[in-house]
Design a binder for this molecule. Structure first.
Ligand SMILES: NC(=O)c1ccc[n+]([C@@H]2O[C@H](COP(=O)([O-])OP(=O)(O)OC[C@H]3O[C@@H](n4cnc5c(N)ncnc54)[C@H](OP(=O)(O)O)[C@@H]3O)[C@@H](O)[C@H]2O)c1
Length: 266
């Protein structure tokens, strides 16, 4: 099977201001011809742009995925430049650290808009700019996109929804050359747990113990690029926590006991 290469490609990455998105931007910069980096924190994006600019053309855009009219403006700007986007990486995301019954609707909506409705709207607006065969959409999901887990009800639901949506889209657009890849990280050492929302919408503000011993964002980025190059539709990335995916399907009761222990420990 012919390997895909990011060489000379135009790649749009959401959530490029930190963690996995930042590491991916750095990794892909040595191969791509144009990187379009998107996030809310445009100062961080500009710092990254300065670092990478001698390697390739880097454009940065401030975009809040919860702001639908801003998504429309951004898409209009992309359209006006008549860009051809080869790879769209939906990486931006926000996690959760609260019991379902204690999570406000406002908090749920913020997680849904960031992780699901924003990316879906962006996809629909940009699809016409992805004529290459193949063009690719890379969806950064999570292992909780496979199973539900305590304190992650809404987060897990958004990641499950991404699977349904983008699997369907991949089938509909196959004849137009679209290929979709799903990345399911376990624990990656980023600020995701600090920025995760509590039920009242405040930040969790804590580096979880499990998060702190996760793999590095750089290793995660390396594995993502390898998986896309090899044409893998689904890839699990992480350490021993990935065992939970196997337990879930083969020994569901063992999985349940571990998850319930986590619930008890808070
Ligand atoms: N780290 C892990 O262990 C882990 C495990 C499984 C899955 N993941 C997934 O990996 C992806 C990247 O997470 P990470 O670990 O790298 O965490 P991170 O460092 O917190 O990065 C999240 C990125 O998303 C962006 N973002 C958040 N809300 C946004 C919004 N409303 N609009 C636009 N951009 C927004 C942030 O940028 P701004 O704040 O500048 O907007 C940031 O660049 C997420 O989809 C996450 O669910 C991570």
């Amino acid at each position: 099977m012919k390997q895909f290469s990011f060489n000379q490609k135009c790649v749009l990455i959401t959530g490029a201001s930190s963690g996995i998105g930042e590491a991916l931007s750095q990794k892909i910069a040595s191969q791509a011809s144009h990187l379009i980096l998107v996030a809310r924190n445009v100062e961080k994006l500009k710092t990254l742009q300065k670092k990478l600019e001698n390697q390739l053309n880097v454009s940065v855009y401030q975009l809040d995925l919860c702001d639908f009219s801003a998504i429309d403006d951004f898409a209009r700007e992309m359209n006006s430049q008549r860009l051809s986007i080869d790879v769209l990486i939906h990486n931006a995301g926000i996690s959760q650290r609260s019991l379902a019954k204690e999570t406000s609707e406002e908090t749920e909506l913020k997680i849904w808009n960031t992780n699901y409705f924003g990316p879906v709207r962006l996809t629909k607006k940009l699809l016409a700019l992805m004529p290459a065969k193949p063009s690719k959409i890379v969806v950064i999901s999570s292992i909780v996109g496979v199973f539900g887990y305590p304190f992650r009800s809404t987060y897990s639901a958004t990641k499950h929804a991404l699977k349904g949506y983008f699997e369907s889209l991949a089938l509909e657009e196959k004849s137009n050359g679209l290929e979709v890849h799903f990345v399911l990280p376990g624990r990656v050492r980023t600020d995701i747990s600090k920025k995760a929302l509590r039920g009242d919408g405040q930040h969790h503000d804590k580096m979880d113990e499990g998060q702190a011993i996760g793999i590095s964002a750089e290793r995660c980025a390396d594995d993502i690029v390898k998986a896309v190059n090899r044409g893998k539709v689904k890839v699990l990335i992480g350490g021993k926590e990935l065992l939970m995916v196997k337990l879930y399907s083969i020994f569901p009761n063992v999985f349940k006991n571990i998850a319930l222990k986590e619930l008890k420990n808070g």
